[in-house]
Design a protein around this ligand. Structure first.
Ligand code: ZN
Length: 343
């Protein structure tokens, strides 16, 4: 089969590779769409240590089942499916507590780290454990289904933050995840939905997607303006979708006393942390990792047209042109949102 292989750091080659074989509990999926994730673009230079070559990347995918392993009973050939990016063991302590996203020995599709290597979906076929599959509802396209993963990441963070009706939320960073946070939060009946991003185009987009206010962090009046719309208190919850010192500090500065910051960005491993502010204002800091079963809810929203993802797809391109599109995304994307590759 053809696949887009990360042969060496920064070197993607479209070439023939062996078709994956499937374990008894797996299915073989003919890939119909696979989105390029920011973590693939950032990771392919070796900086994250989680895209160690040789590797077929790709974890935001959808396709059709063409073969099922001997132990698979609930799926059949021809089923249209998407799948979780996390491959988790079913007998793990965390999985049994309902927290499979935190399970020990979890693997991620299209990722290779020191402990594991799991080929992903930038290929004609991918082997997928049956227990991470989700059926794509009628009326939802493969391209839309390939967008479920980033929406589900946003929904997971919102479920951790638990926004209240008529409350106020701040989203720091209006990249793909930030925009989906805004789209989902715009359904929560908030009094204030505020976005912070350095890029004016992203701020405009966030406003079109349902944010009430958008600020440039370079604006010295940003925090005072936020105070003005929140009765001089600050927001109830902030969502941080970048992961550097400056943006985490904005997420904390924008909160009222007793507020909550949900951190999902993790661009840098460590940051300068405003300890005294967090302690003396009794703030709650919450981490949000990946997805914990939110796929089904997102597929439902898509099927009911309650959320739109099409506007975030900039290009649908053949997998053979993958190296070119990765290159475009690495040059800091100039307005490019999601690029979906089709084998
Ligand atoms: Zn991703």
């Amino acid at each position: 089969m053809k696949a887009l292989v990360l042969e060496r750091y920064n070197e993607l080659i479209y070439k023939d590779v062996e078709e994956p074989s499937i374990e008894p509990g797996e299915v073989l999926v003919r890939v119909k769409a696979c989105g390029i994730c920011g973590s693939d673009v950032h990771g392919m230079d070796g900086s994250t240590g989680r895209r160690q070559p040789p590797l077929i990347m790709g974890h935001e995918a959808a396709g059709e089942i063409v073969a099922t392993g001997s132990a698979v009973t609930q799926w059949e050939k021809g089923d249209r499916v998407t799948f979780d990016s996390t491959v988790y063991p079913l007998n793990d302590w965390y999985t049994l507590q309902g927290k499979y996203n935190l399970s020990d020995n979890r693997e991620v599709m299209g990722v290779s780290a020191n402990e594991f290597r799991r080929h992903g979906a930038f290929a004609e076929y991918v082997a997928v454990p049956a227990h991470i599959l989700y059926k794509i509802p009628e009326g939802v396209s493969y391209e839309e289904a390939a967008m479920v993963e980033p929406v589900a990441v946003a929904l997971h963070a919102i479920r951790i933050g638990k926004p209240q009706l008529a409350g106020s939320c701040v989203v720091v960073g209006a990249g793909m995840i930030g925009i989906f946070l805004v789209k989902l939060l715009s359904k929560a009946g908030l009094s204030n939905l505020i976005v912070v991003d350095i890029n004016s185009k992203k701020r405009e987009q966030a406003l079109r997607c349902g944010a009430h206010l958008a600020f440039d962090p370079g604006d010295e009046h940003m925090i005072s303006s936020m105070m003005k719309v929140t009765n001089s208190r600050g927001a109830d919850i902030s969502f941080e979708a970048v992961g550097i010192t400056a943006t985490v500090n904005i997420a904390i500065d924008s909160l009222r006393k007793g507020g909550k910051a949900v951190l999902l960005g993790n661009l840098t491993p460590t940051i300068d942390f405003p300890l005294q502010k967090v302690v003396t204002r009794e703030l709650t800091i919450l981490g949000s990792c990946a997805i914990k079963g939110e796929y089904e809810a997102v597929l439902n929203l898509l099927s009911k047209k309650d959320i739109h993802v099409r506007d975030q797809i900039s290009e649908i391109a053949p997998l053979s042109d993958g190296a070119y599109w990765f290159g475009r995304l690495r040059q800091n994307n100039n307005g490019l949102n999601k690029v979906i590759l089709v084998p």
